[in-house]
Design a protein around this ligand. Structure first.
Ligand SMILES: [Zn+2]
Length: 405
């Protein structure tokens, strides 16, 4: 392929490193594989002058898992934090080059972003430029699963950071590719309705159906969602029936498909779901309106309705403090002759959502190379994108320091 943004030797060595890293099988939970991948990446970063440490930190189940830290200089309170993960969803298969693509497990999600940073360090060195002396790279082993360490590490190191770079992949978009500027926040929620059971034949009008109340709440909560950049409400499951049925679903399962208890006005309902929103104010308003709706339904149906929102995962506002940094990256790409687009509204939770306050520092997300087939056997990275992202990262690093050797 023709490499147009990175010197050939640097591109080739970066691609070789990507192949080696992807050949190491490191699905979430495979501690040997994750350790081996961390050692390979750590060796390469150490060779480029970073101070590397692989710490064993307890994951969600308490078992120690490898977390890689690489620092460029003296630890300062306000540092530039770069974050990535070494775990993959699938076990590795041998990487395979096909034309302009490399098919490999983790090629874009996200070993590609990690090696692009290594390539960018080489490119800086080749240009006689130094790395910003407050760069801290953290690479976690559990992003694809519970994300216990992912959350802990971002919360801890993000607290003192002056900026966050996320090396997850962007996305192809027309003749260009994207950078992620906005990510939705979310909260889980639970609705409980308590009505009055009654015989559906003899005392129908004395009953208060928890099922009808919960179903109406769901329909009206759904109407709070708005297309485009508006919020969404997803009722994921509704369970209803006579109190004993809802309290012990395992035992109640044998009723499903029979006529038993169909003559009872159901006095219990439980709905569980989640809500997502792009702007912090939307999240506050949504919680308020969902709570008000529960009170309204309780009154209209003459029964008890309790709405319980869970903890809020804050959104990353596309118009927050990262706006200028994203526009600067777009400009770097434009000057280099390719098109980088800003993605304002990603629905999936990622590292940046785990910052103590995503609205407090600039965030550049989706810095890694693009391709397709994430989490499948057909995952590949576009080699052209790897070339572009190495150069982009080098320019961004250079802009952070601008101190020639
Ligand atoms: Zn990922």
């Amino acid at each position: 392929m023709s490499v147009t943004h990175t010197p050939r030797d640097i591109f080739d060595s970066t691609l070789t490193l990507l192949e080696r890293l992807c050949a190491i099988s490191s699905p979430s939970g495979d501690l040997d594989g994750l350790g081996a991948a961390a050692r390979l990446l750590g060796d390469e970063l150490g060779r480029r002058g970073l101070e590397v440490e692989i710490r064993q930190e307890p994951g969600e189940d308490g078992r120690p898992q490898p977390v890689l830290y690489a620092r460029s200089g003296q630890a300062r309170r306000a540092h530039l934090l770069a974050i990535g993960h070494l775990d993959t969803v699938l076990e590795a298969r041998p990487p395979e080059r096909r034309g302009e693509q490399l098919y490999a497990t983790g090629a874009i999600d996200m070993k590609g972003g990690l090696v692009a940073l290594v390539g960018a360090l080489d490119l800086l060195a080749a240009r006689g430029l130094s790395v910003p002396d407050d760069l801290v790279l953290a690479v976690v082993p559990d992003e694809e699963v519970a994300g216990h360490l992912s959350q802990k590490v971002v919360a801890r190191l993000g607290a003192g950071a002056r900026g966050l770079w996320v090396l997850e992949p962007g996305q192809p978009s027309g003749d260009g590719e994207t950078l992620v500027a906005g990510r939705r926040g979310m909260f889980d929620w639970r609705l409980k309705a308590v009505g009055r059971a009654a015989h559906a034949g003899n005392a129908y009008w004395r009953g208060r159906s928890a099922l009808n109340a919960a179903a109406e709440w769901c329909t009206r909560a759904r109407a709070l969602a708005a297309e485009g950049h508006g919020p969404t409400v997803n009722a994921a499951r509704l369970v209803s029936g006579e109190a004993g049925f809802v309290a012990n679903l395992a035992a109640g399962a044998e009723l499903i498909g029979t006529s038993r208890q169909l003559n009872v006005v159901p006095d219990r309902a439980m709905v569980e779901g989640e809500a997502r929103f792009l702007r912090p104010a939307d999240g506050d308003e949504l919680r308020e309106r969902m709570t008000e709706l529960a009170a309204a339904i309780a009154g209209e149906h003459d029964l008890g309705v309790d709405f319980e929102p869970g903890p809020v995962v804050p959104p990353v506002d596309p118009n927050g403090p990262g706006r200028d940094a994203s526009l600067a990256a777009v400009e770097i790409a434009r000057a280099a002759g390719w098109r980088l687009e800003i993605e304002e509204d990603r629905g999936g939770i990622s590292f940046s959502n785990f910052l103590p306050d995503p609205a407090s520092i600039p965030i550049l997300d989706g810095l890694g190379p693009v391709g397709d087939g994430m989490h499948t056997r057909e995952e590949y990275v576009e080699l052209g994108s790897l070339d572009r992202r190495i150069a982009l990262l080098a320019e961004l690093l250079a802009a952070e320091t601008s101190s020639p050797l």
